[in-house]
Ligand binder design. Structure first.
Ligand code: ADP
Ligand code: MG
Length: 391
């Protein structure tokens, strides 16, 4: 099946329209941090125009459009409501979904994906992120389905794994002694990681336990640029299997839900980055840049073009091959800092996200329309040039 992408977005559209499209690009700005305020006060490098558009305030001022733009005031709950339910429902129906958090280190990727889980046993923390909420929703839906469909005996099973790709090597975040695991392909199993631990989860509490265990195991490396820099991609996968009996035959469906916290997208400074570190930087760029290329190809295919998608060029895209394209739904949450301190990295994230979407700017009614339309033509040419350069 071909991938569909959203038509030109209309400003008055409700986020519910997101359900219909297979590639979503959401942008999220976090609040300006104390360190940034200490450096440049409240100076901002972006201005939010509306729920779908944002302008970068450098030279030249540039406007970008996405499926949804979340300001720093958008809560975890609100962001989940925009992006979460369609992904979960897609997987329960036997398809695959991926949610990616993209952005420079410190832009809010882990906050968006995991957030502050707090003491979940006592009370769910309102700052918990996308992943805990996705599974709350999943188990709620499973419960509804199992109760509602009791006469058909519909049963769900959720098997979870948590891995890290670091320097183009896969290790198991649930079993840290397992490293450099191979990706294999099998006609019945599809693409899988050989030796990866899979744990059956019965409820949200089980999931949170796995998430926190994996997060604690996740590697961080210090660099010149950042005191603590996350150089690994983490992938939490839940295989959702449903079985039901109908006319004395057993039917089953399998969907995969992947939640990915990507490595920091910041450009690596060459000074102080040598040997092992340099190799790391190159490998990280490989998974990130291949992901960008794969998504762009898929958008092209959705537009009726022929493309050979380079899934196998990186571990991340090879691993997620079955979850990108076809009937899969993909959501990219691009995280940025609104502070002028982060201006150039914020621009590069906006450009990445725009390339992934490859949409035209909104034509705005009234006197702005012709300027916007022209701006958008120029912008598309820029994007095409960029695409040509990348190929
Ligand atoms: P990353 O994973 O991209 O390196 P983090 O998620 O660790 O970044 O975020 C960096 C800091 O900013 C953390 O202290 C985090 O709590 C805070 N932060 C990020 N996004 C938000 C947000 N939307 N609201 C409040 N605080 C945030
Ligand atoms: Mg992080």
């Amino acid at each position: 099946a071909a991938w569909r992408i959203s038509p030109r977005l209309e400003l008055e559209e409700d986020p519910a329209f997101l359900q219909d499209h297979n590639v979503q690009v959401l942008l999220r700005a976090r609040p300006i941090s104390g360190i940034e305020i200490a450096q440049l006060g409240h100076a901002r490098c972006i201005r939010q125009e509306n729920a779908y558009a944002i302008s970068w305030l450098g030279q030249p001022e540039t406007r970008f459009s996405f499926d949804y733009v979340a300001s720093e005031f958008v809560t975890q709950e609100e962001l989940f409501r925009v992006a979460g339910p369609p992904m979960v429902e897609n997987c329960m129906a036997g398809n695959n979904s991926c949610v990616f958090a993209y952005g420079q280190t410190g832009s809010g990727k882990t906050h968006t994906m995991l957030g502050d889980v707090g003491d979940f046993d006592r009370q769910p923390n309102e700052n918990r992120g996308m992943t805990p909420r996705v599974f709350e929703y999943l188990f709620k839906k499973i419960h509804e389905e199992e109760v509602a469909q009791r006469h058909t005996n519909m049963k769900f099973k959720c098997r979870c794994s948590f891995l890290e790709i670091y320097n183009e090597q896969i290790s198991d975040l649930l079993e840290p002694s397992s490293s450099n695991l191979p990706i294999r392909e099998d006609s019945t199993k599809g693409i899988y990681v050989d030796g990866l631990v899979e744990v059956e989860a019965q409820n949200v509490r089980n999931i949170l336990h796995l998430l926190l265990l994996g997060a604690a195991n996740r590697k961080v490396a210090a660099t010149d640029m950042n005191r603590e820099s996350s150089r690994s991609h983490s992938v939490f996968t839940c295989v959702i299997e449903s079985q039901w009996e109908c006319d004395a035959t057993i039917n089953s469906r399998i969907g995969r839900l992947n939640l990915v916290d990507l490595a920091g997208s910041e450009r690596q400074k060459s000074s102080g980055v040598d040997g092992e570190r340099f190799r790391e930087a190159a490998s990280i760029n490989k998974s990130l840049s291949t992901l960008g290329l794969v998504i762009m190809d898929l958008v092209d295919i959705a537009n009726g073009k022929q493309r050979h998608v380079p899934y196998r060029d990186s571990k991340l895209t090879f691993l997620l091959q079955d979850s990108l394209g076809g009937n899969s739904k993909t959501t990219i949450i691009a995280n940025i800092s609104p502070s002028s301190c982060a201006s150039s990295e914020t621009l590069s994230t906006l450009k990445f996200a725009q390339r992934a979407k490859f949409i035209q700017n909104n034509a705005v009614v009234g006197e702005d329309a012709s300027r916007e339309a022209k701006g958008s033509k120029e912008h598309i040419q820029q994007l095409k040039d960029e695409l040509a350069r990348l190929r």
